[in-house]
Design a protein around this ligand. Sequence first.
Ligand SMILES: [Zn+2]
Length: 109
Amino acid sequence: MDFSKHSIRLVQRCPICNREYQMNRVQIIEEWGNSFLAYMTCTFCQSSIMVRVMSMPQGLVGSAILTELSPEEITKFSEQEGINANDVLRVYEVNQSSGLLKEIIKNNN
Ligand SMILES: [Zn+2]
């Protein structure tokens, strides 16, 4: 847990309001090997970010994105299987035979 506690200091300020994060509010969502995924919500503007940090031979590499997902939703989606080529083909076939996409577009107009 030391690794994540230290590394999370890479992100110190909220990208929206520029206030300092309260480090005791950081949630570690997943952690394995040399990488972890953390989640934090700004106590001032309530915007949330997801941070992925990896320890590489050349140092720590991190990326943060703003998210509207809750930590529970992030866990749920990260456990789901990705979409593969067969899924895409199946959707294509269903669309061809039922005109699903036309129906959706029609209902949105
Ligand atoms: Zn903020």
